[in-house]
Design a protein around this ligand. Structure first.
Ligand SMILES: Nc1ncnc2c1ncn2[C@@H]1O[C@H](COP(=O)(O)OP(=O)(O)OP(=O)(O)O)[C@@H](O)[C@H]1O
Ligand SMILES: [Mg+2]
Length: 217
């Protein structure tokens, strides 16, 4: 029962400035899709619309299972997640930060603790789990953002510049995390980056957003 995103004729403008111009694309395969494009080309806007966090002016982001369109309700929203770079961590431990998203989804107790611990371990922050999240380095904060998303096991995961502002070692760690995330055969990862080499290392499904349109790289 695999969740498929179909972007259909998506158009968006802010004021009089068109940003996205009739983008249609289906994300039918599991694995990693990478969007590249200049600053301001509309990548983050496209991700927000596809993650159902913002409405387009025209067209729609639809999710299907076996060809059946799903309603855009809370159940669907729980199956998708968007991670932004340097997401605001809460003023509490790393562990509590990861638990929070699970609590929001009604997962509590031992089940939540186990999922949180697994996600924290997955991103290599096990030794930091009791540390206040606000004191993490930026590379670690980015990994915490991934752990928070991972804990809730989204089937479609959007990562907006997941390895921006980090050093080479953290970049490698984050790339490995993304590879592992996408290795789960039930998951589609859709990410943006400005680093073409990183894009090529992670995926052969590479696209450019240019003049409001998406084209294969
Ligand atoms: N809420 C908003 N109100 C007005 N303009 C916006 C809004 N959101 C985005 N924009 C504009 O839309 C354009 C596309 O922005 P977006 O953040 O999607 O680009 P991007 O490709 O992600 O850029 P970057 O590589 O710098 O992250 C930019 O010119 C931006 O200023
Ligand atoms: Mg952006």
């Amino acid at each position: 029962m695999s969740l498929v995103l179909r972007a259909s004729h998506i158009a968006k403008q802010y004021g009089r400035t068109p940003v996205l111009n009739n983008i249609s694309m289906s994300f039918e395969e599991k694995g990693i899709y990478v969007l590249m494009g200049d600053n301001g080309s509309g990548k983050s806007t496209f991700l927000r619309i596809c993650a159902l966090l913002e409405d387009p002016d025209g067209g729609s982001a639809n999710y299907e299972v076996n060809g059946t369109l799903l309603p855009r309700d809370i159940n669907l929203r729980r199956r998708i997640s968007l991670v932004l770079p340097g997401v605001g961590a809460f003023n509490t431990s790393v562990h509590q930060n990861v638990l929070y998203g699970l609590k929001l989804r009604g997962i509590k107790g031992n089940d939540a603790s186990r999922k949180a611990a697994r996600a924290i371990d997955f991103v290599g922050l096990d030794h930091k789990k009791e540390q206040n999240a606000l004191t993490l380095s930026s590379g670690e904060t980015q990994r915490l953002g991934l752990a928070r998303a991972l804990a809730i096991e989204p089937e479609v995961l959007f990562l907006d510049e997941p390895a921006a502002f980090v050093d080479a070692r953290n970049r490698e760690i984050i790339e490995e995390i993304i590879r592992n995330l996408a290795g789960d055969s039930r998951r589609t990862v859709i990410m943006t980056t400005h680093n073409r080499r990183q894009a090529q290392r992670l995926s052969n499904r590479l696209f450019f957003l240019e003049n409001g349109n998406l084209r294969p790289a």
